[in-house]
Ligand binder design. Structure first.
Ligand code: PLP
Length: 381
């Protein structure tokens, strides 16, 4: 039989009925500790819940399977997952990333790990050849997001994977695309990072993170760090994320459909100067996105005509698009990257990379597209 397809695996992978009771859902295993049948004799390898917990193990198997990876490790947040991967670096190592990497990741590199003598370099490009030209003997990691936040730049994952030297690990933060639309390991990346807080959880009610790899040595180090540093998610959080993942395929289809309609509406509107959505043919990353993604996901950014006053008016007039941080939930959200997600970046730097005061980011939810567009029309009118 052909292996089950994505939507089937989202519902079943790593989620088997409980052998004892037949419970269809994976129980929320709240026990911190597990009985030993004699010293060191564990029934299924569970000993203590920081080290391993059945609810977490189940979620780890689900996420790893959907990413096409052999091993998953879940964390209490996307930032904790990123820290676990950054911890693979040693003093003297060099990491290449881009200036528009997630703000919390930027802070983690610059304000936490740089003090250990690791050299983090932030490039202002989404061009694979340009990134590869900066690799040096000390380079151990290339860390990218694709699409990026908030300008939705697209990185050519396969080109980076094929062009990098062996000693360099390619890390892809796949939060914006989700494994439904993009599977970086298949494109040649060694490590995938997720903030499951966003689309995987999908309901804006749980913070979490994950790391996926198919390399047993990398996994061993990540699992060691997970247990040693201890930033693990609670069993209940794992349950919530797993519950969210069951509907990932249907949600992502709707997110993308709605985002496409919103992007087309905005692109045709006279009060909108520019629209960023990888699904639009004039987006600079459109061709690569078509090759490496099965869809363009649900994020749309745009520049309003009329500067900051017009932006403020837009936020006053929107209601379905709730003004809030975060993304990827069923409800539509709007955000002002200049002051919110990218508030800590100096103004000159923001303006230089296109995160200007008149830029608005939308996380397009799964509501009825007609309602979303009607609201945008009224808000821009
Ligand atoms: C939110 C986010 C993170 C950080 O995840 P948290 O769960 O908030 O710690 C990392 N990368 C991307 C792309 C994100 O959107």
């Amino acid at each position: 039989m052909r292996p089950p397809r994505f939507a089937t695996r989202a519902v079943h992978e790593g989620q088997h009925p409980d052998p004892r009771t037949g419970a269809v859902n994976v129980p929320v295993w709240l026990s911190t500790t597990f009985k030993q049948d004699g010293i060191g004799n564990f029934r299924e390898g569970y000993e203590y819940s920081r080290t391993g917990n059945p609810s977490r193990r189940s979620l780890e198997a689900t996420i790893a399977g959907l990413e096409g990876g052999a091993f998953g490790s879940c964390f209490a947040s996307g930032s904790a997952a990123a820290a676990a991967v950054a911890d693979l670096l040693r003093p003297g190592d060099h990491l290449l990333t881009t200036i528009d990497v997630y703000g919390g990741t930027f802070r983690l590199f610059r304000d936490v790990y740089a003090k250990y003598g690791i050299d983090f370099e932030f490039l202002d490009t989404a061009d694979a050849a340009e990134i590869l030209s900066q690799v040096r003997a000390e380079t151990r990691m290339i860390w990218i997001e694709s699409p990026t936040n908030p300008l939705l730049n697209i990185h050519d994952i396969r080109k980076l994977a094929e062009g990098k030297p062996e000693q360099v690990l390619l890390v892809v933060d796949n939060t914006f695309a989700t494994p439904y639309f993009q599977q970086p390991l298949e494109l040649g990346a060694q490590i995938v990072v997720h903030s499951v807080t966003k689309y995987l959880g999908g309901h804006s009610d749980v913070v979490g993170g994950a790391v996926v790899t198919s390399d047993p040595e990398i996994h061993e180090k990540i699992a060691f760090y997970q247990n040693a540093a201890g930033g693990v998610p609670s069993p209940f959080d794992c349950y919530l994320v797993q519950r969210g993942i069951k509907t990932l395929p249907v949600r992502m289809q709707r997110h993308e459909q709605n985002a496409g309609r919103v992007a087309a509406f905005l692109a045709a509107h006279s009060a909108v100067k520019k629209v960023y959505f990888p699904g639009l043919p004039d987006h600079p990353g459109h061709a690569i996105a078509r090759q490496q993604m099965r869809g363009f996901s649900g994020m749309v950014s745009f520049v309003i005509e009329g500067g900051r006053p017009a932006v403020d008016r837009f936020f006053e007039r929107t209601d379905l698009f709730t003004l809030a941080e975060s993304l990827g939930g069923v409800e539509s959200l709007s955000c002002h990257p200049y002051t919110m997600t990218h508030g800590t970046i100096p103004p000159d730097e923001k303006n230089r990379i296109g995160i200007t005061e008149d830029l608005v980011r939308l996380s397009v939810g799964i509501e009825d597209a007609e309602d979303l567009i009607a609201e945008l029309e009224a808000a821009l009118g």
